[in-house]
Design a binder for this molecule. Structure first.
Ligand SMILES: [Cu+2]
Length: 129
């Protein structure tokens, strides 16, 4: 990927802000979201920030208010708060080409005490290495 600034690869995933809220940064490309798994805490303000490196993608979390288009050259921002722990499968919601139907990421929402305390520069995700 050729991104600099906020969406440089080392800045992707979940960051913890000084006020305790969480910011999850993802990049969409054909045909994946990076990171492929995002870890968040329940009952905590969450801000998603997304961009695309190629074509228009969509980011939808079923049964939440999270539903946005992800347009190259722009940052999509959605705020939410998860009230239940669980695994949310998140499809790309905008037809983006042949691989569209396999374009998924996961959001894993854990109890607050299971969410790691992160330093300001640390990021986390739940991608299995
Ligand atoms: Cu798509």
């Amino acid at each position: 990927m050729h991104l600099s600034g906020e969406f440089v690869e080392s800045n992707l995933g979940t960051a913890q802000e000084r006020d305790g809220s969480l910011t999850a940064r993802l990049v969409a490309d054909q045909y994946a979201f990076v990171p492929g798994c995002v870890k968040l805490a329940v009952d905590t303000p969450v801000k998603f920030r997304l961009t695309s490196v190629d074509v228009v993608h969509g980011f939808l979390l079923p049964a939440t208010n999270v539903n946005t288009m992800v347009v190259p050259g722009y940052v999509a921002e959605v705020r939410t708060r998860f009230t239940r722990p669980g695994v949310y499968r998140m499809p790309c919601n905008e037809f983006c080409g042949n691989g569209h139907h396999g374009m998924w990421t996961h959001v894993v929402v854990v109890p607050q005490h299971q969410f790691p305390a992160l330093a300001a520069t640390e990021r986390t995700n739940c991608v299995q290495q």
